[in-house]
Ligand binder design. Structure first.
Ligand code: SF4
Length: 265
């Protein structure tokens, strides 16, 4: 009688890459950052804007949304409401229609109209240049305030978004569990005059090479210094071994490759 082989649990072929357990030395971090600076010498925000007000609105809309999508949305929005006064007088429902493609559009429409009202009523129609006032605006947290302060006003601030968080960890610049902790660590490593550019180095690197599911370490200019490179290599080797032992991989619901389950004969 044929022996029944119980099915094995599916093995994920795309497990998350663990972050390094230790920070790199200060000297090594400086070398990593210098390479990123050389790699992205003209790094600027990808968001289209022509004033602190339009930058603020674009950054609020960019939460959980790509910059490219925001850039498709804002021209019509700013054509309809070019100033804080115009947006402050808008009906939420009209703004919702214009920002619908950005996701969370009801909340975002409400936030940008209410932020415009606060700018008009409390700040004379000008986006405030200090952190406390910025962070008191609807829809504005520390990350958004840091982007506006550094990009629109040239302040030495460092904003941490999902790309910056990931790349800073992979490079061993931080062990911080929160965006604020990552910000505090990186701020200590970057000369003050370069701080407002450092955010863009890490974002561009995260988008182009140090991607979330699988970083392209073979193309990475920082590879030789990066403590994650051996981890990624090990992961890819393990994945290849599982795949060759299991035959062609199937995809799970999220699209990640999973090993075949052994079937009962
Ligand atoms: S070597 Fe790999 S993990 Fe490290 S920064 Fe480059 S792409 Fe990211």
């Amino acid at each position: 009688m044929a022996k029944t082989v119980p099915p094995r649990p599916a093995v994920s072929l795309s497990p998350k890459i663990p972050f390094p357990a230790r920070k790199v030395t200060r000297e090594r971090a400086a070398r990593e950052l210098a390479i990123l600076e050389q790699s992205y010498p003209n790094a600027v925000t990808a968001l289209l804007y022509d004033s602190p007000f339009t930058l603020l609105i674009a950054v609020i809309l960019s939460a959980q949304c790509t910059d490219a999508r925001v850039n498709l949305t804002t021209p019509a929005l700013f054509a309809a409401y070019p100033t804080p006064e115009a947006l402050a007088a808008a009906k939420h429902v009209d703004v919702e229609t214009l920002v619908k493609s950005c996701g969370f559009f009801r909340m975002k429409a409400k936030n940008i109209v209410n932020a415009a009202r606060a700018i008009v009523e409390l700040h004379g129609g000008r986006v405030p240049e200090d952190r406390a006032a910025l962070e008191s605006l609807p829809g504005v947290g520390r990350k958004t305030a840091n982007v506006v302060l550094s990009v629109a006003f040239g302040e030495a601030e460092f904003a941490v978004d999902t790309h910056v968080f990931r790349v800073a960890h992979r490079l061993g610049l931080t062990l911080g569990k929160t965006p604020r902790a990552v910000e505090d660590d990186v701020v200590k490593l970057v000369p003050r005059e370069k701080l407002r550019h450092a955010h863009h180095w890490l974002i561009l690197h995260g988008r182009a090479i140090c991607k979330a599911p699988v970083p392209l370490c073979a193309q990475c200019p920082v590879r030789i210094l990066c403590p994650s490179a051996p981890l990624v290599e090990l992961l890819l080797a393990t994945r290849a071994k599982v795949r060759s032992a299991s035959g062609p991989a199937r995809r799970d619901a999220s699209g990640a490759a999973v090993a075949r389950r052994r079937r009962s004969p």
